[in-house]
Every structure is written in C-alpha cells, then in structure tokens.
Write a protein that binds this ligand. Sequence first.
Ligand code: PEP
Ligand code: MG
Length: 583
Amino acid sequence: MGIQLNGIGVSKGIALGKAHILHRDDIEVVKEELPAHKVNAEVQRYQRAIRDAKHQLQSIGDSIPETAPTEVGEFIATHLLMLEDAMFSEAPVRIIREQACNAEWALRQQLDSIIRVFESMEDDYLKTRVDDINHIAQLILRTLTKNNNPLIQTPPEIDHWQGDIIIADDLSPADTVLLQHMGIAGFVTESGGQLSHTAILARSLGIPAIVGVHQARRYVADGERLIIDGELGLTLGQATRQETGHFLKKQRRFLSKRRKLKLLIETPCITACGEPINLQANIDSENDIDAMHQTGLSGVGLYRTEFLYLNREDVPDEETHYTVYRQLIRKLAGAPLTIRTVDLGADKLNKHLAPDLIAHHNPALGLRGIRYCLHNPRLIIPQLRAILRAACHGPVQILLPMITHVSEVHELKNLIESVKSELKGENIAFKEDVRLGGMIEVPSAALTVQHLAAHLDFLSIGTNDLIQYTLAVDRTDDTVDYLFDPLSPAVLTLIKRTIDTGKKYNIPVSMCGEMAGNPRYTRLLLGLGLRAFSTPPRASLEIKKVILDTSLEDLEFLTQAILEEGSSTARTVLINSLNNLSE
Ligand code: PEP
Ligand code: MG
C-alpha cells in the first residue's frame, strides 16, 4: 500500500502526476565580525541584494498574464512594497553598521525581531502575514548568498515540470506564480494554513493545493506517482487502479462543474420560476471587491470592519475610516455597501483598545459588538461620523452586530442623532437618511424580531453566532464542532421567524452567516422564504447555480417537513431529497 498523507485542503481540485520534490535547504547563517574598513562594502552588498531581489520580483510580476485574477498581481506588488519597506531596506543596514557584522546575520537579527512582534498579535489573519515576512527574507538571503531559488533559475518557458505535483517546505506567492507558468498540476507544502497567501493564491489560480502536510518531503519519493485531492486535503501514493479511476472521475466532474460555473458570472440571479434573488458579498477589506466583481455579485451585504481596529494601539480615527469607505465606494461604482459597525469581543479581540474584554471568563457572553460600543462610544463615534460622511458618495447602509434587545437600537439611534448634530455644527457634509439594519444573531433578537423590525430598515441573519448562541456551542471550539448544526429545528425556527417578520414589516431580510454561502442549504433557505444572500465571493457561483436551477413552488413540502422533523438523521435524508429535486 502506498503512502496516504493528510493536510489542509486549501484549493479544490484533483491532480494526478509525478512528485517533484523541491529541496531548498535552509541557509545557515553565522555571524561574521568585520573589520571597520569592510563595513561600507558590506552595506553595499546588502543594498545590491535588495535591488536584485526587486528585479526578480518585478520580472515575475511582469510575467503575469492580463487574464489572471487581479489579486495575483497584488500579491507580488505587496511583496515589492515590503521589500522597499524600512524593515528590510534600512533596519538591517543599521545593524550591519552597529554590530560590524555580515549582511546575512543582520538580516537574520531583523527577521527574528519582526517575527516576535507578529507572533504576539491576536488576529489569526495578521499572524499568517508572518509568512510574507519570511518569504521576503528568504528571497534576500538567497540573493545575498547566490544560493538562488531553483525556481527563479529555471526559466518559466522550460516545461520540464509540466504536469508535476510539487512537494515543498513552503512556497511564496512568487514561487506559486512561476510554478503556474510551468504548468504544474498541483502542490503540497509542509507549512501554511487556510489563510496563508499561498493558499489564497492557489485558489485564485485554480491550482489544486494542500498545505500543512508535515514532513511531506520525507515521505514522498521524487518521481513517485501521486494523486492529490485539494478538497479533502489528501495526498495518495501508489494508488490502485480502482483508486485512480475514482479520482479521475472526480477530476472530470470537478473540471466540468468549474467550467460551467464560470459561464454564470454575467447571468442574472433569478430562480427557474423567475423570482429575482439578491446575491451579495461578504468582505473584510478592499481586496475582496475585486473577487466580488469577478464573480458578478451585486454589492456588499456585509463589510466586517474589525480589521480596521485589530492590531493597533489606538482607535482608528475618523479620517482612517473615511478614507477606507470612500475608496470602497469608488471601487463599488454604484453597487450598495453595507458597513457593519465594529464587532469587537469574543474571538475578535484587541488588548490595547479593549483591555477590559480580555479578563472575562465568558467573552462571547460579555461586552461584545454593539454592547461594547455603547459602553465605549469613543470606539464607534469616529466610525459613525465617517460612515455618514462617506454615504454622500454612494449607496451605504449601516448594520449593527450582536443586538439582543431593541433598547440597543434606540441607544445607537440617539448616538447617530448626536453625531449628526455635531457634523451639522461643524458644517461638514453628511447624508441624513442612512438606512440602519440589525444583525439577527442572538436568539432573543430572533424571538422579539418584531420589535426590531419596527425600528430598523433591514435585517441580516448572522447564522455563525445564531447557531452558537441558540445551541450553546462555542463556534471556536473544535471539541463541540459536531453539535454546530445549521439544520437544528431551533435554528431553522428562528430563521423562519425572522424572514416572516421581515415580510410582515415590509423590510428586507438577508443572511450573511456561513450558512448562506453553503450550497447545501440554499434550497432550504429559499424554501424558508429567504430572497437575499450575502456570501464570501468564492462561494457565490455555486450558490447562484443552485438558485438558477430551483423552482420555488417545488420546495414547500420538503421545507415544511424539514422544519417539523425532530430526528437529525431524517432531516439529513430530507435535505438530500430537497437538493436532488429534479431541475
Ligand atoms: C455571523 O455571526 O453569522 C456573522 C456573519 O458575523 P461574524 O461571523 O462576523 O461574527
Ligand atoms: Mg456574528
């Protein structure tokens, strides 16, 4: 039997090919003390390496075809900017001078201190940015030692790796772009996670990829035939004929589905029976707007603004907010933008801005989201001012997270009124009637949604928290993950109640939790009456495909049966039937 390795599948697709092990040994760095007269020459050697590294990146950037998703070029551009940043262009030079040491040692000292800073950060996304720092440092180091990256030494037009599966310790975005030029079939890396840039890039480029396969290079032999499944995170060696047949079939299905999905980008999102469905994007930053445009989504249903607050020691000021919102509005070119006010607390913490949140035993039940903002208006006032100002330039609406009681809506409305009077007093232009919506993500909000609907302009169901709070299952705790059930009758009842109440009060109800981005639940949600979905852009075409294939009148019977069914096994059978209804 051949090897079977498990890792994190980060980019769907099946690849069958020959393993090509990429050995790029760690460059050992030792300290050399230099006589004073050699220090200037060493500084010049370092600066030359920076210039050469820049040229390498620029030529990779230039080689990206126009048809590639925009973020591919952005990754390379970001690395170029980092290379030019003082952390690489100046700090090591200072260390060379201060310690009269070799450039490699200075770079290593600087790298260690940057990594220490990053590792002390709380935000997972930013923590993974340490990969970028490492990639840049490795690039400079290899340039310095002339131990060049074998990928960069290999001209991309040479196709001797075509169809191979690359097994590497790690790949930088630049490596990934080069490998794609070489026509590789997929890759497996020993390090990396879902959020690493290499993973994101693999998804954008459509390369099947698995990361986090520890010691993969020890277990796989160079030249060995491999199969990788980028969905399951599975690497298989010496597959039997039967296994190979199975994966070839899966590959054919996957490729044909992807081709068909791409054809849907421009297709209007309308059910088979003619009902228009609003399909919007969840975004975390400006970069996601490009992905949104590339999948044909009609606007932003949820902009999580937490990123503006995380990993900084001061509250972002009004201008910081305003500049970001203006830029988003510009990029959206008339498409609507739903800005959620900051949702700090629970798993989204910032110990500098919110030290009082850290000590609590039960942060998910503590001062979170709107509660924290109402306790600390200094956190939200600059944000509200900026939103009201930015709203003069495009269709913007405000969404409030973690509402548990209508009194919070009233308090927030009062705050908005006082912000408006301030702006008026200061003669600053703003939009008077910005629509205000509330997240339904706590059972009390769903159970009393009629009170909220009477005072809000729209509702958005946050199933990630709604499931967590309804079922008392911590969304971040793997040990209770099996209890995190979107099909629970308790959850479905609250969703239905919210949708029905929205209809009654004639206000739009959307869903922005992960459930909205999972095609398994699309028909059920349509059956429950949902007509607006906000999903991560990468999920949207699959959702659209289900919507296009669905006739609403067919859903009623099975939707009702699922709502009333107590047994989870029976519910699974029912939802499978719902999803398999003839098209
Ligand atoms: C949710 O809870 O479903 C949601 C969309 O908000 P977040 O995941 O940011 O808490
Ligand atoms: Mg939430």
